[in-house]
Design a binder for this molecule. Structure first.
Ligand SMILES: Nc1ncnc2c1ncn2[C@@H]1O[C@H](COP(=O)(O)OP(=O)(O)OP(=O)(O)O)[C@@H](O)[C@H]1O
Ligand SMILES: [Mg+2]
Length: 614
C-alpha cells in the first residue's frame, strides 16, 4: 500500500502549527497503540515456543501452563494499552479543532470585504465546520491508526520472513498488486474527495441562500425551482460520495482477497513443507497466527488512506482561506490621527480611483471631493454610479486603487484600521442587525475602549440618545424593551425599524465622520426631517456624508456633490445645482420615476427641520 503522496504529506504537515498542543498526548496514545499491536504480534512467537517445545516433545504441563499465563498476561497488557490510547486521544483533538476554527474566524474578520465576493457564505460555513471536523477526526484517529497499522504490517512482514523465508516470500507476493492498486486508488480518491467537499460547500450555499430569500421564493412561486436546483446539487454530491465509496470498496475488497489468496497458497505449501520436515510445526503455527494478526491492519489500510485523503482535501480548503493575505494591512509605523479640530474633521478625496477587481472597469475615475468639517454633504448619482463604493473607501473597507483618502490631512492607509474605524461610523444601505439585544446592537457602534470606560448608566444614556435621534422610539414598546433580541435569531423588525436601529448604532459612538448610505429611505418625509434635525443637534462637529436618492434628503444637506461617470462633476447647494447642473436635475428626475420630465418639487424641509429643532 503506497503512503500518502508528497503534496498530501506537505499539506498535512502544515497542521502541526495547530496540532502542537495535542501532540504529546497523540504521540503517547499512538505509542500505546503501537506497543499493543506489537504485543499482538508477539503472541504467535510464544505459541511457536509452546508448540515446538513442551507440546511436541516432553509434554510438560507446567511449561504449557506457564506459556498460557504469558499469553494471558500479554493479552491483559494489550487491553490496558488500548484503554490508555482511548483515554489519551479522545479529548485533545477537540481543542485543536476549536483553535483552528477560531483562527479561521479571526482571519475571516481580518480579510478584505472583497473576499466575500469570492467565497459564498455556505462555502465558508462548510470550511469552518465540516472540513475542520474531518481534519480533527483524522488527526486523532486516522493518523494514529495509519502509523500503527503500517508499522504492524511492516514488522509482521519481517516476522513472516524470519519465521519462514519461503512462505513469507510467497505470502508477500500479494503486496505487488496491492501496491499497484493503491497508487491508482490514491490518484482517483484524491480528486473525488476534493470534489465532494466543494460540492458540500455549494449545497450549504444553496440552503443559506434559500433560507435568506425564502420570502422572495414563496412570493414568486419559485419554491419548486429552488427545490429542483437543490435536488440536482444534492444528487451531484451523492454521485461523488458514491464514487468515493466505490473507489474505497474496490480497494478494501482487493486488500481482503489478495492477502487471503496468497495466504491460502502459503498454507498449502506450508503443510507440505511441514510434512516433509522442511519447516517446524511450531514455525508453521507462528506463521499463520502472525498472518492472522496482520489481517485487520492490512484491511484497514485502504480506509485509512481514504481518511487521510479526505483530511487533505479539508486541510487544503482550510488553508486556502488562511493563506489569503489580508489585502489591507496596518502600516509598520502607523501615523496618529490628530485631535479633533474645533470645527470638525475634514475629509478629502484626492483624485480617487477604484476598480472592484484587477482588470475590471474603474467605478471611480478620479474623484476630487472635500467634505467640509462639521457639515453634511449629500452624494447624488444614478443607480450603479459608485456611491456605495465611494462611501466604503472612507472607513477603508476597500483601499483606493489610485489617489488617496485623507482624514484631517492623514492618508487613511497610514493609520491603523482600528483608528480609522473608530473615527468613521457607517450605516449601510442594507441594515444588518446581529442576534443580540437592541441595546447591544446599538452599543456595537461605540469603539470598544470607549465602551469599556463607560459606566452602565453612561452606556444606557448613549443608547437612549442615539435611539431618540434615530426616531427609534418603537424599541421601548418591544416585548422586552431594549433587551429584546433582534436579528436573525430574534424578533423580526420591519425594514424601516431595522434602518433606524442601524442608524442609532452609527451615531451612538459620536464619530468624527459619519457615513450614511441612504439611511432614511424608509422614513416618511416628516420623520426624515426630524431625524436630520436630531443629527445636527447631537452630532455637532461630526462631518457627514450621506448618499441620497430623494429630493427630501438632499434638501436637508448643507451641500450636495454629484457623482457622474466616476467623477464628482458638481458641488454646491441643492437649489443652485438644480438650476445649473443638468445631470443633477436628470438624476433627481430619473429617481423620481421614469417619464417625469419636470424638475421635482422641493418641499421646504429646511423650514420643517428648523421647526422640529425648536
Ligand atoms: N463587490 C463588488 N464587486 C464587483 N463589482 C461591484 C461590487 N460592488 C459594486 N460593484 C459594481 O460597481 C458599480 C457601482 O456600484 P455601487 O454599489 O457603488 O453603486 P451605487 O451608486 O451605490 O448604486 P445604488 O444607487 O443602486 O445603490 C456597479 O456597476 C456595481 O456593479
Ligand atoms: Mg448604493
Amino acid at each position: 500500500m503506497p503512503p500518502p503522496d508528497a503534496s498530501t504529506t506537505r499539506a498535512l504537515l502544515r497542521l502541526v502549527r495547530w496540532a502542537r498542543p495535542a501532540l504529546p498526548r497523540v504521540v503517547a496514545g499512538g505509542s500505546a497503540t503501537l506497543v499493543a499491536s506489537l504485543i499482538a504480534l508477539a503472541v504467535p512467537q510464544v505459541l511457536r515456543g509452546v508448540v515446538n517445545g513442551p507440546l511436541l516433545t516432553d509434554g510438560s504441563r507446567a511449561a504449557v501452563v506457564q506459556a498460557a499465563l504469558l499469553v494471558l498476561l500479554l493479552g491483559v497488557l494489550e487491553a490496558v494499552l488500548v484503554w490508555c490510547r482511548r483515554a489519551l486521544i479522545a479529548t485533545p483533538g477537540t481543542g485543536v479543532e476549536r483553535t483552528m476554527r477560531t483562527d479561521l474566524f479571526r482571519h475571516l474578520l481580518d480579510l478584505p470585504v472583497a473576499v466575500h465576493d469570492r467565497w459564498s457564505g455556505g462555502q465558508l460555513l462548510q470550511r469552518s465546520m465540516g472540513d475542520l471536523h474531518t481534519v480533527r477526526r483524522w488527526m486523532v484517529f486516522g493518523l494514529v491508526q495509519l502509523v500503527v497499522s503500517a508499522t504492524t504490517v511492516l514488522v509482521g512482514a519481517v516476522l513472516l520472513l524470519v519465521t519462514s523465508p519461503l512462505l513469507g516470500a510467497v505470502y508477500l507476493c500479494g503486496a505487488v498488486p496491492v501496491v499497484w492498486l493503491g497508487f491508482r486508488f490514491r490518484q482517483d480518491y484524491k480528486v473525488v474527495a476534493r470534489r465532494a467537499r466543494d460540492q458540500a460547500g455549494d449545497l450549504a450555499t444553496s440552503v443559506e441562500e434559500s433560507v435568506h430569500g425564502i420570502r422572495v421564493l414563496k412570493a414568486f412561486g419559485r419554491g419548486d425551482d429552488a427545490l429542483e436546483d437543490f435536488v440536482r446539487q444534492a444528487d451531484e454530491l451523492r454521485g461523488t460520495e458514491l464514487d468515493k465509496a466505490r473507489a474505497q470498496s474496490r480497494m478494501s475488497f482487493a486488500l481482503a482477497w489478495i492477502p487471503e489468496t496468497t495466504l491460502a497458497v502459503a498454507l498449502g505449501l506450508g503443510v507440505w513443507l511441514a510434512a516433509t520436515d522442511r519447516v517446524s510445526v511450531g514455525a508453521l503455527v507462528a506463521f499463520f497466527a502472525t498472518a492472522a494478526v496482520m489481517t485487520r491492519p492490512v484491511e484497514s489500510l485502504g480506509q485509512l488512506l481514504g481518511m487521510t485523503l479526505d483530511a487533505r482535501a479539508g486541510t487544503d480548503r482550510f488553508l486556502e482561506v488562511m493563506d489569503t493575505a489580508p489585502a489591507l494591512s496596518d502600516p509598520a509605523v502607523p501615523a496618529a490621527l490628530p485631535p479633533v479640530p474645533a470645527e470638525g474633521t475634514r475629509v478629502e478625496l484626492r483624485d480617487v480611483r477604484f476598480a472592484h477587481g484587477a482588470g475590471t472597469r474603474e467605478v471611480l475615475r478620479g474623484v476630487d471631493l472635500v467634505l467640509e468639517p462639521g457639515l453634511t454633504t449629500a452624494l447624488v448619482g444614478l443607480t450603479g454610479s459608485g456611491k456605495t463604493t465611494l462611501l466604503q473607501l472612507v472607513p477603508r473597507l476597500y483601499d483606493v486603487t489610485g489617489g488617496a483618502v485623507l482624514l484631517d490631512g492623514v492618508d487613511v492607509r497610514d493609520l491603523t484600521r482600528h483608528d480609522v474605524r473608530g473615527a468613521v461610523a457607517v450605516a449601510f444601505e442594507d441594515p444588518i442587525l446581529f442576534s443580540a439585544s437592541v441595546r447591544d446592537n446599538v452599543l456595537m457602534g461605540v469603539p470598544v475602549e470607549r465602551l469599556a470606560a463607560m459606566s452602565p448608566q453612561e452606556a444606557d444614556e448613549a443608547v437612549r440618545v442615539a435611539l431618540d435621534v434615530a426616531r427609534a422610539g418603537f424599541v421601548h414598546r418591544l416585548p422586552q424593551g431594549l433587551d429584546t433580541v433582534v436579528g436573525e435569531e430574534g424578533m423580526s423588525l420591519s425594514g424601516g425599524q431595522r434602518q433606524r436601529v442601524a442608524l442609532a448604532r452609527a451615531i451612538a459612538g459620536r464619530p468624527r465622520v459619519l457615513v450614511l448610505d441612504d439611511p432614511l429611505s424608509a422614513l416618511d418625509v416628516a420623520t426624515e426631517a426630524e431625524v436630520t434635525a436630531g443629527l445636527r443637534r447631537v452630532l455637532t462637529g461630526t462631518t457627514t456624508l450621506v448618499v441620497a436618492h430623494r429630493t427630501s434628503t438632499v434638501a436637508l444637506a448643507d451641500r450636495v456633490a454629484v457623482l457622474e461617470d466616476g467623477r464628482v462633476t458638481g458641488v454646491g447647494r441643492h437649489a443652485d445645482l438644480l438650476a445649473t447642473h443638468p445631470h443633477y436635475r436628470y438624476v433627481l428626475t430619473a429617481e423620481a420615476g421614469p417619464g417625469s420630465g419636470a424638475p421635482p418639487r422641493v418641499p421646504d424641509l429646511r423650514g420643517l427641520a428648523e421647526e422640529v429643532r425648536r
